[in-house]
Every structure is written in C-alpha cells, then in structure tokens.
Design a protein around this ligand. Sequence first.
Ligand SMILES: *[C@@H]1O[C@H](CO)[C@@H](O)[C@H](O)[C@H]1NC(C)=O
Ligand SMILES: *[C@@H]1O[C@H](CO)[C@@H](O)[C@H](O)[C@H]1NC(C)=O
Ligand SMILES: *[C@@H]1O[C@H](CO)[C@@H](O)[C@H](O)[C@H]1NC(C)=O
Length: 275
Amino acid sequence: MTLSLNTREEGLATDVVRSGDNSMVSSVLKIALSALGILGIVLAISGGVLYSMIPNLIKKKIDEQLVLAEGTTMFENWKNIPVPIYVRIYIFNVTNPADVTFNGAKPVLEEVGPYTFKETRVKEIIGWNKEEDTVLYHEVKSYVFEKGLSAGTQDEIVYVINVPLLGIVKVALEKVSALIRPFFLPVLNSLFKKYKEELFVKRLVRELLFDGYGVPLMKDLALLAKPFIKIPQLLPNNTFGLFYGKNNSRGGTLSVFTGVRDSSKFTLMNTWENK
Ligand SMILES: *[C@@H]1O[C@H](CO)[C@@H](O)[C@H](O)[C@H]1NC(C)=O
Ligand SMILES: *[C@@H]1O[C@H](CO)[C@@H](O)[C@H](O)[C@H]1NC(C)=O
Ligand SMILES: *[C@@H]1O[C@H](CO)[C@@H](O)[C@H](O)[C@H]1NC(C)=O
C-alpha cells in the first residue's frame, strides 16, 4: 500500500517532415532520412576510425565547432537545451479512503493522469576561466503544466497516502531508541489526533505536486521530539509537496571545459560544487 508515483521523462524530437509536402517529396525524404539513420549508425560505430582518417584541415574545422564560446550555435544549444523534456506524472487515487481507515478494507487504487509538465533547463553562466579553459554555471529547471498533454487538470481532487505522516512514523521507528519508544509513540499518536492527521489526505493535484501544502504538525513535532532526538527540519517551510521547491530551482555549481584549447575535453566535467 504505497503511493505510487510514476514519472516518465522523454525528449521529443522536433518535426523533420512538415505537413503539406507532396507524397513524392515525402517518400524521397523518408528514404533520405532512413539512409541518414543508417549513416548515423555507421558513423557512430566507425566515428573514431573516420575521425582519425579525415584530413587535418577538416579535423581542424570540426574542432573549431566543438567549443563553448559566446555567440556560437553550439553554445546556445548547450545553454538552453532546445529539445523539450516532458515529465508525465501518474497518481494512484484511493477511491475508498474511509472504508480503509474505519473498516480496515483493502485500498482500491485508481491510476489517474498523466499530469504532464514541460521541463526547461537553462544554464546560468557564472563566469569564464580563460586560463583553465572552463566555464562555471548552474542549471535552473522550471516546469510548466501542459494541459493538452494531460488527462486532467491540476485542480482535480485525489486521495493519497499521507506521506509526511508515514515519514514521521518511519523516522520515529528508526531514530528513537527502543527504550524511549514506548513513551514517544503515544505522544506522537496524540499529536496526530490533535491535528486530525489521518492515513489518507484529500488534496488537489497541484498541492500534492509543485505547490505543496502546509503540515502544521511538523512545527510542534520538532519541539516535542527535541528531548528524544535531534531532528533536522523534516520539510522545508513545514510544507509537503512531491516537487515542492523544484520549480525554478537552481542546481549546484558546475564547471566544464570549453574545448577552446583542447577540443578533446569539450564539455567534460571539471568540478562539481567547486570540489
Ligand atoms: C479520486 O477518487 C475520489 C473518490 O474517492 C473522486 O472523488 C475523485 O474525483 C478522484 N479523482 C480523480 C482525479 O479521478
Ligand atoms: C513555475 O513557475 C513559473 C514562473 O514562476 C510559473 O509560470 C509556472 O506555472 C510554475 N509551474 C508550476 C508547475 O507551478
Ligand atoms: C520557504 O519560504 C520562503 C519564504 O516564503 C521562500 O523564499 C522559500 O523559497 C521557501 N522554500 C521552498 C523550498 O520553497
């Protein structure tokens, strides 16, 4: 009995064949495309061999392309990845929550979704290091709900397992010593009662995902648990959402080689978080 969350990421290639082409052209195009596909495979296999065989002049030309420098297409494509990434989320909705809570029935799950979000990754340049031949940046990820690629809206109601509550119980069982547990668990239970926390929560899809929802119990819990265990803030802002805080979030600082001096190092990772 778990909240099953299934995310699938997939990149969609941009259209190659546009509508309106007559069938002759498109069939030629198809052949050309499949030929290119085969060529691609051949190139991928023999790329190393081929690369070492081509004349130095051409090699030099290719090397010139393999650099990250402001104003180049390569740089723009690296900085703002042009292929959209779609994240599809399916949620298991419990359709008989009361029956489970009060009568111990087996939960009946219904898969709802997908709720689809378009993920955009943009690299923010912090600085260039000419001596090291590197560029320092972080990546910002943002998500936009795609109504047309979703089966429902973010304002639908779902009943799901109370993840924060399960989290607290799990921490209590793992971190609180067996000796103290008999004293701690009843306190925890009364806290659940006080805040009317139940095994299932009724939430909007948006609250469960990116918006998050407040869990007031969390604040009290930290105070209460203090004498027993030192717990870090379990939830940021005492708010729970599977992707809370992820929209427009900034990843760690990265540094990669630009390939200006040595193209074999092009976009190779240099450091992560300045390590
Ligand atoms: C989830 O189940 C409840 C019934 O338990 C229903 O009212 C609700 O509409 C369902 N949500 C979705 C998105 O189907
Ligand atoms: C993410 O933030 C942007 C801009 O602040 C907003 O337009 C978008 O709706 C947000 N996405 C989600 C899933 O809330
Ligand atoms: C917590 O709240 C503060 C102030 O409203 C906000 O700046 C911060 O981004 C929030 N944290 C997360 C993880 O969203």
